[in-house]
Design a protein around this ligand. Structure first.
Ligand SMILES: C[S@@+](CC[C@H](N)C(=O)[O-])C[C@H]1O[C@@H](n2cnc3c(N)ncnc32)[C@H](O)[C@@H]1O
Length: 430
């Protein structure tokens, strides 16, 4: 396919997404199935165009004076890719499978329109209904935080210390030019591709042999702040695919026991091969079994209960730019209710002196500091561990700089920490 035909395909897919609220990856996959002539490189280029347009959907629409898919793609080619009017005009030639030529108005806007005077949610490319919540979380930095969330994310990996040091992993992957991550002592970072496909990581022998695991640096830090110790009894209450479970198994050097639970058994499916590949041997997966209380024996036994809570995922928009436009207010309310339920459930399993670590990949106060404040009101035997103390316990005193200005816990954002957005709070019993 020509680059211009790829642009046409991206516009077509965005039109489909505007009609049906569905993940962009699904729409791209379906498009590929019904256009068999498109090769894998074409599909990667189209996918990258669609995601770039979604990253900049609000600002591109503002620039072009229209939120039609074509306008968004035209605007995003300027905003995301930095193309000139002539470069964009060359793609919109109207020839063959190229989109229709630029109109005079489109040309004028591309040449002269600016974002001056645009409100923060346009400058930061996030939904208008979240504007108040972003202002509460970030104040005057809301637009800048939004812009950082609209950028492409790097590929972060965690060295699996059960099998390799970070130095080993860096050497093994040297052909991908990884850099050590600045905050996590276990992290490796590969720059994001400017367009098209990134490296085929799962084909790397370092991955196949379990020396590295893809995990955003923020997620690595959340796991490190758990400060799990060898020999501890740990309940991972929302284990899902096991990203944090694996990190905890490494921290514990395979000693002690991790119980990995998720109330949706299907979500646990990937954990089995991942544990195998990582060489994690201290994990018992406790899949739900109908109405049976599969965690009954853990009552008051755990030194650590991790709640990696279901959330709106506002911190992960760099990786899922379509999610920000699909998120609806009702979903936020549902997540808040689930988070409260989990926070109320966790103390049952915590022994005296033990801790609960509450984590979300959201940046909204309602899902984070407000949840912790509510929890502490109802659980007088728990207190939030001050950020300085929690950071020191994790051996990462520099994380104190990310202590939340809105209450207990840590806030990491792409702008301030260069990670996905994460909230982490360590709560101690007694
Ligand atoms: C953020 S994801 C977990 C990600 C995982 N810990 C990781 O690092 O890969 C949240 C998980 O919570 C699970 N969940 C939602 N409500 C739950 C509940 N009441 N009890 C246990 N798990 C729950 C979801 O099924 C989902 O897998």
């Amino acid at each position: 396919m020509t680059p211009a035909a790829q642009v046409s395909a991206a516009i077509e897919i965005l039109a489909e997404l505007a009609e049906r609220r569905r993940p962009a990856a699904d729409a791209i996959k379906d498009w590929g199935l019904s256009h068999r002539f498109a090769g894998s490189k074409d599909r990667a280029s189209i996918s990258s165009l669609v995601f770039d347009a979604l990253r900049k959907r609000a600002s591109a629409a503002f620039l072009m004076g229209s939120d039609a898919p074509r306008a968004v793609v035209v605007g995003a080619l300027r905003e995301s890719r930095g193309l000139s009017v002539e470069e964009i005009a060359a793609l919109f030639s109207g020839e063959g499978h190229a989109p229709a030529p630029l109109t005079d108005e489109e040309r004028e806007r591309l040449a002269a329109a600016t974002l001056e005077g645009a409100p923060a949610h346009i400058l930061g490319d996030y939904p208008e209904w979240l504007a108040e919540r972003f202002a509460a979380a970030f104040g005057a930095a809301a637009a800048e935080e939004g812009r950082a969330l609209a950028a492409r994310a790097p590929i972060d990996l965690r060295a699996n210390i059960l099998k390799a040091s970070r130095e080993d992993a860096l050497r093994r992957l040297a052909h991908l030019s990884p850099e050590p991550t600045p905050l996590s002592p276990l992290g490796l970072r590969i720059a994001p591709p400017t367009k098209g496909r990134g490296p085929a990581l799962t084909a790397e022998s370092a991955y196949v042999k379990g020396l590295v695991e893809p995990q955003d640096e923020g997620s690595q830090l959340a796991a490190l702040l758990c400060a799990a110790e060898p020999g501890e009894q740990v309940l991972d209450l929302c284990a899902g695919g096991g990203g944090k479970t694996l990190a905890l198994a490494g921290q514990m050097h395979n000693r002690g026991q991790i119980y990995a639970f998720d109330d949706d058994g299907r979500r646990l499916t990937p954990i089995y091969p991942r544990l195998e590949r990582a060489g994690a041997r201290n994990v018992q997966v406790r899949a739900p079994r109908g109405k049976a209380d599969v965690l009954a024996d853990l009552e008051a036994r755990c030194g650590l209960v991790l709640i990696d809570a279901p959330c709106t995922g506002t911190g992960t928009w760099r990786r899922h730019p379509d999610a920000k436009w699909r998120l609806a207010p009702g979903a936020l309310e549902e997540r808040i209710a689930e988070q409260q339920e989990l926070l109320d459930k966790a103390p049952r399993f915590v022994k005296a002196g033990g801790r609960v670590v509450y984590v979300t990949c959201s940046l909204l106060i309602d899902e984070n500091e407000a949840q912790i404040a509510r929890f502490l009101e109802g659980h007088a035997d728990f207190s939030a561990v001050p950020a300085e103390e929690a950071a020191a316990k994790a051996g990462l005193p520099e994380l104190t700089q990310f202590s939340s200005p809105h209450g207990a816990g840590f806030r990491l954002t792409p702008l301030t920490a260069g990670t996905d957005g994460f909230y982490v709070c360590v709560l101690k019993r007694g």
